[in-house]
Design a protein around this ligand. Structure first.
Ligand code: ATP
Length: 352
């Protein structure tokens, strides 16, 4: 049997706690589902930058890319900045350097008490946000701002290759789900978005079994709050995806419930959508669920019968744990600790 090599990148802030607890879940799942893995831990992030002057050493990225998958906690600290004044974002650098264009951000409501919206039960909100990860409005993010200049400009860059591959990724997701894709753009105002929409229309023709819809980003912010149950796969450019993923997390319990996968043609990184939450780091109160669900996405992506079984076991265990509204970490109004939540998930794992 193959022994999967998993690169573990705890990173900064709450990253260490949530990765440690997720590894405990993975250990138990591997035993029950019958797959084998070895975790290899690497130091990347603001802490590494303070020690060695490089948040993402090239040698570490190379070693990570030789592993079968990368599981990341969270990176960056508000006070640790580059000389340009910009925060370190090695997690975005990894996406760009490994060309992880397909940002999957699944959002699911596990219990009616976890949403600020009225009348939604477990499972009523079930959306796969597909965020383009490598271009869009993040395209020139490395440019250094001239603070004395009379104006500043950021470029929205959409390439045909980038648009085609993210749309195909979104349609492939839809085929595995409820066969509906919503494009989110601003085609009524921005030429780059009219270009994007035109490519969407072309790719849609390759997938006649999938229904499509087009929405403007401003209207979409409204509809996701008013009628989230109507959306299945939602695809958009980098910055709109960044914003919508936080909005979506907000309607199912917050950032602690939002997992993610950044997938390319060769490599993939799995990490919670949230940041390092430095104000609660080291207190054993962070919500580990987003990371545990990201680990389940990793097992799905590794795509063997055993790892797929392991992923299904984690999803089911989280459903079982969340049936009890009293079992929540502090971000969701409860008193369960990080370790306590992982232990609940482990005890809810069922082999069949
Ligand atoms: P980034 O820019 O790196 O995404 P951010 O500035 O958006 O980070 P986060 O670190 O995601 O901020 O945190 C936003 C808020 O959510 C903070 O109040 C933080 O304490 C809380 N939070 C985020 N993740 C968790 C978690 N796993 N458990 C509990 N609270 C969390």
């Amino acid at each position: 049997m193959k022994d999967f090599r998993i690169a573990l990148l705890p990173g900064d802030g709450i990253g260490t706690e949530i990765i440690n607890e997720t590894v405990k879940v993975l250990d138990e799942v591997s035993r029950l589902a019958g797959f084998s893995y070895t975790g290899e831990t690497f130091s990347v992030g603001a802490g590494e930058y303070l020690k060695n002057g490089d948040a993402l050493p090239e040698s570490v990225l190379k070693q990570c890319s030789e592993c079968d998958a990368i599981l990341l906690g969270a990176m960056g600290l508000p006070d640790v900045r580059l000389p340009s004044g910009i925060e370190l974002t090695p997690q975005i650098d990894i996406r760009e350097q490994l060309d992880l264009y397909n940002g999957l951000r699944p959002i699911k409501l596990y219990h009616e008490s976890d949403t600020p919206l009225k009348g939604y039960q477990a499972g009523d909100i079930d959306i796969m946000l597909v965020r383009e990860n490598t271009e869009g409005l993040f395209y020139e993010r490395k440019k250094v701002a001239d603070l004395e200049a009379d104006a500043a400009t950021d470029l929205m860059h959409i390439s045909r290759k980038g648009a085609e591959r993210i749309f195909r990724a979104a349609f492939e997701q839809a085929l595995k789900r409820r066969k509906h894709v919503t494009l989110v753009d601003k085609a009524n105002v921005l030429p780059s978005m009219a270009y994007l929409r035109n490519i969407f229309d072309q790719i849609a023709k390759e997938y006649p079994a999938v229904n499509t819809e087009r929405q403007y980003i401003d209207a979409m912010a409204l509809f996701l709050v008013q009628r989230p149950e109507e959306f299945d796969v939602v695809v958009t450019e980098n910055m709109f995806g960044d914003i919508l993923s936080d909005l979506l997390a907000g309607i199912v319990g917050g950032m602690g419930m939002a997992p993610s996968a950044d997938i390319g043609d060769e490599y993939a990184v799995f990490q919670p959508s949230h940041g390092t939450a430095p104000s609660i780091a080291g207190q054993n109160i962070a919500n580990p669920i987003a990371t545990i669900l990201s680990a389940a996405m990793m097992l799905e992506w590794l795509d063997t019968a055993e790892t797929r079984k392991g992923a299904a076991m984690i999803y089911r265990a989280v459903e079982i744990v969340f049936e009890d509204p009293a079992c929540r970490t502090s971000d969701m109004g409860g008193t369960v600790t990080t370790a306590g939540m992982a232990a609940r998930v482990i005890s809810a794992l069922q082999a069949d």
